[in-house]
Every structure is written in structure tokens, then in C-alpha cells.
Design a protein around this ligand. Structure first.
Ligand code: ADP
Length: 475
């Protein structure tokens, strides 16, 4: 079919469109605000066409962002920062838009989306991704659960460290502080990321300076409203490997909030701090903050070695050390965190069939192997820190597009698409017997359709599901 004769999906008759309302037989026009792995994925996808003017610059921004390591295999591997929105948007000149959050905030309320259009982010994603709001929503669902199902059910929400919002909850925090003398607390700006503005403290007087700057009664009306912080109990006993602390980055895709439909990516990574853990040096960010953006500035950071392990390697390590039963429990705990987090905002998020969101969950294990939710990101970094990281992110994003299936090549009934497993579909999803392949040691480990840290033979799996979907569609 020549380009000129193609008719946009939304202009085709209903019969000509496929039944799921997605684009028919023509190229898919995309826009992308970021210049990193996602842009490579979109540009490399057969049948996808970039909307002219959707980027100001198509060149990598040299000298910015994380270095690619020795491989140089990361053509658009620059910052996770917006390039430009550019061009008309929301007018039907695109089918798929990987936009930045700022763009969505500015435009969502006034734009009209056609039936087939897909856009990254839900309107009020910050309900889950601002540190203070996440905790508020979790506390509310916990209370509701206790009321409706009893106190013991509420225990399943005890996975985030005690947290208070400042300045609004300063006085309650001080009471809690006095009840627990000597423990360590961590202060974090509610809406910042990459470890910015974070510090640890043990004495109230350590936050006097912060209080002086931020927490003053607003008698002076010209003064800006103080920035919201959260103060959180610091996990003093993290699980250590080689004496170093780490947290786990997990990718979760929500394609609908009503009903809630959630996919979990089986790959991810553990991010290690570069320096051995100790509670003696609470002012040392290289010891306590595992963000790559912090660690890569450590004086002895080695970009060749990096500071990441794949989640599969971590799972194998834990299994060898603690046995599969203990590890099964850890990963079940992580599944619980993922779903409870999303359920806590399910009724608040403005659901829109055009929107999807890929979250980056940050989970920390303590020395008892208990998983703790640290935070949830709406824009997890897609900038690769080396060849392996690039491959992980390239596969992750390609499979995300496979799940969204704008090409309408699948049946819509799949429980696994490449590296993504359907975790929740208006209720928990169970694994098929034939799908019990979470084998770090050759045995199946779970009945939930959750395979975090398991073998990701995504290419083989994609071949299989596309062949089978084609056969089903023919009949
Ligand atoms: P940011 O959004 O700036 O990355 P995070 O809440 O993710 O802020 O915290 C940054 C890092 O600090 C985490 O990756 C983790 O290593 C560490 N950290 C944060 N909160 C805690 C906590 N309560 N206990 C232990 N470590 C924490």
C-alpha cells in the first residue's frame, strides 16, 4: 500500500478497523520526548514512523548522561530528560506518544484523543509517585482494609518504613522520634529524585538548619511555601552482599486502572552502593544511597564494572544462600507490594483507555529478607549504563510495545508477552502449568503468574505467541 493511499485508523469505517479499536493496516506514527533507549526502540520498530518535528535534535547529546561503557552500543543513550514536544499534538497527527510528565500536565485537560491514540502517563500519576502521596494513599487503604477485613489483613500493608510528611506532620514526627531514641531517620524532598536533597540524621538538632530554612510559619506572605519533605525511618539493617547495600529496580506496566490490569517485567537489576555499609558515617551518600546517579560520582566508581546485578543473578544468589522457599517468600512479598501500591490509588487515578504507565519500583531487602517499598517512579531512567543495561532496557521497551500491540498482532488473551508477565487482571493471575518455568535450579517456584528474576527467553517466547496468535486469527 502506498503511503498516499493510507487512511488513518480513526477515519476508517468501523468494519475496516480491527475490533479492539487499534490501528489497521498502515504505519504507526509516533512522537517521543526523550532521547534515550526508548527513541532507539521506536525508531527501530518495523512499520513505525516518527512524526516530523517531534524532536529538535536527533543526535545523542555528547557529554551528558551516563557513559555507555566500552561498547558504544547505545546510540541515543543520553539523559532521561525531555527533548521537545514540538508539533501539533492531540490533533490526530500521532498514534503513540512517549511524552514527558510536564507535557502531559500542561496539555491533558485541553486535548482530545482519538479512539486509537496511546500516550504515556495517567493524568494524576503523582498520587503514587510523590513520596508523601504514596504513603498517604497506602495508609488510607490499610485503614479501610482493617475496617472491612480485620486488623490481621492490615498487616499485609506493613512494607513501607514509618513516614511523616513535613512540615504538616512535624509535631507527630517529634513524638515518634522521642519514643525511639537513637535510631536513624532519612529526610527526602517529596517530589525530587536521584537522591537530590536527601540526608540522614539521629538528633533533632541535626534538622535545625533545615527547619530554619523550610519550616517557618508563613507570616511573611512573600515567602515561598516550604518544600514538602518526607521523614522516614531509615532501614538500619539492609541485606548486604559483599558488605554493600543495594536496592532492586522493578518494572511494572499498568495498561488500565479500571479494571486494574498489571504486567510485571521479569528482568530488572539490583543497584549497589560503591562503599561498604556502615552506620558510622551517616553523612556519606556513597554508603547509604544506592541511586546510580549518586554512585557514579563516587571517587572509586569504575564505569566498566558498574554497580548493578541483574535481578536473575540476585535471585540465584539468594536461592543458593537461603534456599528456594525463603526466596519464594521474598518475591511473593514483592508481588504484594506491587499490587497493594496500585490498589491504593486505583480509585483516585483518572483512568483513561488512552493512557498507560511504566513504573519503576524501588525495593530494599533487610537482613531478615523482608522487602521494603522505598519509592515508585513514573519516569524510571531509560538511559543505559552499559551494554547489558542497554539490552535489558531495549528488550523491556520493545516488549512494552508488544503488550500495547498497536499492530494488533496478538489475541489480547496472552498471559505472557516477551519479558512481561500478566500479574493482575482485575484479580490475581495464576500461572498455567505449562508456564511454570521459573527455574533458577530447574524447579517451579510459584503458582502466581509472576516470574521476577527468572529466565527471560523473550525472543523465543515472542516467536511462539505470534505464530499461535496468527493461527488463531486465521480460524
Ligand atoms: P530518590 O527519589 O531521590 O531516588 P529514594 O526515596 O529512592 O529517593 O531514596 C534514594 C536512595 O536512598 C534509595 O535508593 C535507597 O538506597 C536509600 N533510601 C531511601 N529511603 C531509605 C530508607 N527508608 N531506608 C534505607 N535506605 C533508604
Amino acid at each position: 500500500m502506498s503511503k498516499n493511499t493510507r487512511v488513518p485508523g480513526y477515519m476508517q469505517s468501523k468494519a475496516a478497523r480491527n475490533t479492539r479499536g487499534i490501528i489497521g493496516d498502515r504505519e504507526i506514527r509516533f512522537k517521543c520526548s526523550l532521547q534515550n533507549t526508548i527513541l532507539d526502540v521506536l525508531r527501530g520498530r518495523p512499520g513505525w514512523q516518527e512524526v516530523p518535528g517531534s524532536q529538535t535534535s536527533t543526535q545523542p547529546q555528547d557529554g551528558k548522561g551516563t557513559k555507555t561503557g566500552s561498547t558504544g552500543a547505545t546510540p541515543s543513550n543520553t539523559q532521561n530528560t525531555p527533548a521537545t514536544s514540538g508539533g501539533k499534538t492531540g490533533d490526530g497527527d500521532w498514534d503513540f506518544y512517549w511524552c514527558d510528565r510536564e507535557w502531559l500536565h500542561q496539555n491533558y485537560d485541553t486535548m482530545f484523543l482519538h479512539e486509537h491514540q496511546k500516550i504515556l502517563h495517567f493524568r494524576n500519576h503523582y498520587e503514587l509517585t510523590r513520596k508523601n502521596l504514596m504513603v498517604k494513599n497506602l495508609k488510607r487503604l490499610k485503614k479501610q482494609t482493617e475496617r472491612e477485613q480485620g486488623k490481621s489483613e492490615g498487616l499485609s500493608f506493613d512494607f513501607h518504613p514509618t513516614t511523616y510528611e513535613l512540615p504538616s506532620e512535624y509535631h507527630i514526627f517529634v513524638e515518634e522520634f522521642k519514643r525511639n531514641p537513637g535510631i536513624t531517620w532519612i529526610m527526602k524532598p517529596a517530589a525530587k529524585s536521584q537522591g537530590k536533597g536527601i540526608f540522614l540524621f539521629r538528633r533533632l538538632k541535626d534538622i535545625t538548619d533545615w527547619k530554619k530554612g523550610e519550616y517557618q510559619p508563613l507570616t511573611d506572605t512573600t515567602r515561598e511555601v516550604p518544600e514538602t519533605y518526607v521523614v522516614q525511618r531509615y532501614i538500619e539493617n539492609p541485606y548486604l552482599i559483599g558488605g554493600r547495600k543495594f536496592d532492586i529496580r522493578i518494572y511494572v506496566l499498568v495498561v488500565s486502572y479500571n479494571p486494574l490490569k498489571v504486567w510485571l517485567y521479569r528482568d530488572g537489576f539490583a543497584r549497589f552502593s560503591n562503599t561498604r555499609f556502615s552506620l558510622d558515617s551517616i553523612e556519606d551518600a556513597y554508603v547509604h544511597l544506592t541511586n546510580v546517579s549518586v554512585q557514579k560520582n563516587a571517587p572509586d566508581y569504575d564505569p566498566e564494572k558498574g554497580c548493578k546485578w541483574s535481578t536473575m543473578r540476585l535471585r540465584q544468589y539468594l536461592t543458593a544462600k537461603h534456599g528456594s522457599e525463603a526466596v519464594k517468600k521474598v518475591f511473593k512479598g514483592i508481588d504484594n507490594i506491587i499490587t497493594k501500591g496500585l490498589q491504593s490509588v486505583q480509585k483516585i487515578i483518572i483512568n483513561d483507555k488512552h493512557c498507560f504507565e511504566m513504573y519503576g519500583y524501588d525495593i530494599l531487602l533487610d537482613s531478615d529478607l523482608k522487602p521494603w517499598l522505598i519509592e515508585i517512579n513514573a519516569s524510571p531512567s531509560l538511559t543505559a549504563s552499559g551494554k547489558e543495561d542497554y539490552e535489558l532496557k531495549f528488550g523491556l521497551l520493545n516488549d512494552l510495545l508488544n503488550v500495547l500491540d498497536l499492530e494488533n498482532r496478538l489475541t489480547g488473551k496472552e498471559k505472557r508477552i516477551g519479558g512481561w508477565d500478566l500479574l493482575w487482571d482485575d484479580g490475581p493471575v495464576l500461572a498455567d502449568d505449562g508456564n511454570m518455568e521459573c527455574t533458577t535450579n530447574g524447579t517451579s517456584v510459584t503458582t502466581a503468574n509472576s516470574f521476577l528474576g527468572c529466565h527471560n527467553d523473550r525472543k523465543r517466547q515472542l516467536r511462539e505467541i505470534y505464530t499461535s496468535a496468527q493461527a488463531i486469527k486465521k480460524t
